[in-house]
Design a protein around this ligand. Structure first.
Ligand code: SF4
Length: 262
């Protein structure tokens, strides 16, 4: 299978695009995926999340080879990745009271929590595995990448790493679209429904790493097909309404453009 970067070169749908349309803001979807408009600002939490993710991927590969990153190695890897990602990001903005060095300090504590909680030493079946499937009703293939696949008892479990400002409430994983999309793709390619696990590391003074298990049944996967087909239909018809009470408005990369929308 091609890498996710190779798959991204062709026209595609992704969980991120579907989620933007369904749960964030249709107008933001339009600016990002249809126009696409110039990005006015990007919150530093995006390169931060990417760098954090890169370290956990490196840790997973170390485990495949029978080893493990030391805390110091993980912090150095993070610093390097965060610098590269930040420099590659256009119009980067930090929140008030936030800067590059303070985010390094935060990452140090978060990596401590993530690696202390790490349990996937001997059960890894795949790291950063890209997928591409066709979904009935979608006019382009759906692509994505599973962060980690592990054997969990008799089942395969997809693991996804998240950094989050807050602890996840009970039930959030059961409603999460990403778990549905990624489980759907796994089922289509392998013929069995996987477990799904989010490992959520909080961006707090005292970070915690919590695991949230969920799974999707056949009914949920069929419902996703209907949802995806309706999104395609709405996009084809040009339905792109602003969601002015969206949680995403505060850090929207298209704020000025949105103000001028009529
Ligand atoms: S500012 Fe809010 S309503 Fe406007 S495009 Fe962004 S997310 Fe949508």
């Amino acid at each position: 299978m091609a890498s996710i970067d190779e798959l991204r070169r062709e026209a595609h749908w992704s969980y991120s695009a579907l989620n933007t349309y369904l749960n964030v803001c249709q107008l933001q979807y339009f600016f990002r995926y249809v126009e696409p408009a110039e990005i006015e600002r990007t919150s530093a939490c995006f390169p931060f999340g990417k760098a954090f993710h890169a370290v956990l991927t490196a840790q997973a590969w170390e485990c495949v080879m029978g080893s493990s990153l030391t805390h110091q190695e993980s912090v150095e890897l993070f610093a390097e990745a965060f610098k590269i990602e930040s420099e590659a990001t256009s119009n980067l903005i930090y929140k008030e009271g936030e800067n590059f060095d303070l985010m390094l300090v935060l990452a140090d504590r978060m990596l401590d929590a993530a690696l202390a909680n790490w349990s996937d030493y001997y059960t890894i079946k795949g790291v950063a595995q890209a997928f591409k499937i066709n979904v009935p009703g979608l006019k382009k293939p759906l692509i994505g990448e599973w962060d980690l696949l592990v054997q969990d008892g008799r089942d395969v479990c997809i693991v996804d790493w998240k950094t989050s400002a807050n602890r996840w409430p009970a039930g959030k994983a059961d409603r999460d679209l990403q778990a549905t999309v990624f489980s759907y793709a796994y089922e289509k390619l392998n013929g069995t429904t996987p477990l799904f696990r989010f490992d959520v590391i909080t961006k707090a003074k005292n970070p915690v790493c919590e695991t949230h298990y969920t799974c999707r049944n056949e009914s949920a996967l069929q419902r996703f097909e209907s949802l995806a087909a309706r999104v395609q239909d709405a996009v084809d018809k040009g339905v792109f309404l602003p969601n002015e009470t969206s949680f995403a408005c505060a850090e929207c990369p298209y704020k000025n453009r949105c103000k001028n929308w009529r």
